[in-house]
Design a protein around this ligand. Structure first.
Ligand code: HEM
Length: 310
């Protein structure tokens, strides 16, 4: 980033920017050398919005094409009626709060970014004004909630996302999703682990960190216009990447894999589901290395524990 001196004049801006009407000249990646405000506007309107929008569209089209060609994965083994606990009530509640807050943030963020192009012409300026104001307010309040639940998710799931033998083989064959037999995996397969480290930890951390700057809740920062512009560019770019990645997660967690959503909704999966999707995890359960049930939640009445685990 290149910068040249701000032009002193009269302004009623508080603090360090008093008297600075026009910001200094800067050149952000993707912008011309111009005033910081203009450079930020160029990066937002010429890069983040068009390319972010294109990325999300490509992600949706790719998933739709995959579903059309491949259909939902799994369901090749008949249910045994014997179940194992895949997620405890605590894990499910943490995930639900996190997923719900992410969804509010994603929808409100998409309206703030693209609403002007797709909603305003349809609903008119008055309604659009109220809607964006309500969604922006929701975004500012749900952001810190997402931050807290994200930390809880990271602490809760980090151990089972540590790399293990077999993960590389899984990645090389894309888990068998493109064709052929599903590759055996432990509790979480290598694809879920990549999502965890890249999506939850790295992108989640960047989106939350820059979001908290935009919310002006981090102590010790001056929150000058330039700081806010840089934080916004980082926030919006990382959020676009995260949304594209989680579209894949949401797809695999709902229509993309038979039984996956039920596992997160009830906490229990059938032995057959575990054998088909996480065979190494089930083998550890049968060997008694991992308990088939970790919470004290009573097993649903119509189910019976996996063979060999009492
Ligand atoms: C909004 C909709 C979402 C849906 C429908 C959804 C669905 C699911 C499902 C069905 C599973 C279980 C997969 C399995 O059994 O292996 C799961 C696991 C998980 N989800 Fe989500 N999810 C959503 C959003 C999120 C968000 C926003 C995050 C984090 C930012 C997240 C992080 C995780 C993690 C960490 C796991 C455990 C698996 C792992 O650690 O790799 N999910 N999700």
């Amino acid at each position: 980033m290149r910068e040249t001196g701000a032009q002193p004049a009269y302004s009623s801006l508080p603090g360090a920017e008093q008297g600075v009407l026009i910001q200094s000249m800067v050149q952000y990646p993707g912008s011309r050398l111009t005033t910081a405000g203009e450079a930020w506007r160029q990066v937002r309107n010429q890069w983040i919005i068009p390319y972010g929008g294109a990325l999300l569209l490509v992600a949706v089209l790719a998933l739709a094409l995959f579903y059309w060609r491949r259909g939902p994965l799994g369901g090749h083994l008949p249910d045994t009626g014997r179940r194992v606990e895949r997620f405890t009530p605590f894990e499910r509640s943490a995930h639900l709060l996190n997923a719900a807050s992410f969804t509010v943030l994603a929808i409100s963020g998409l309206v703030m970014a693209f609403g002007k192009f797709v909603l305003l012409p349809v609903i008119g300026s008055t309604l659009f004004g109220w809607l964006t104001y309500a969604l922006k307010t929701a975004h500012n309040f749900v952001g810190p909630l997402f931050a807290v639940t994200l930390v809880i998710m990271i602490i809760t799931f980090v151990r089972d996302n540590l790399p293990r033998a077999g993960d590389l083989g899984w990645l090389v064959r894309a888990g068998g999703m493109i064709g052929g037999q599903e590759v055996p995996s432990h509790r979480f397969n290598a694809g879920e682990k990549v999502l965890f480290w890249a999506g939850v930890l790295v992108l989640g951390g960047i989106v939350v960190g820059s979001g908290l700057v935009l919310d002006k809740v981090l102590p010790g920062l001056a929150y000058l216009r330039g700081d806010m512009q840089v934080a916004h560019m980082i926030h919006a770019a990382a959020a676009m990447l995260m949304m594209a990645l989680f579209l894949g997660h949401i797809y695999m967690g709902t229509i993309g894999t038979r039984g996956a959503w039920q596992g997160m909704r009830t906490g229990w999966v059938d032995e057959a589901w575990a054998a088909e999707h996480h065979a190494l995890w089930l083998a550890d359960i049968r060997a008694g290395k991992i308990p088939a049930q970790r919470s004290s939640e009573p097993m649903p009445a119509n189910l019976s524990p996996v063979e060999g685990t009492r």
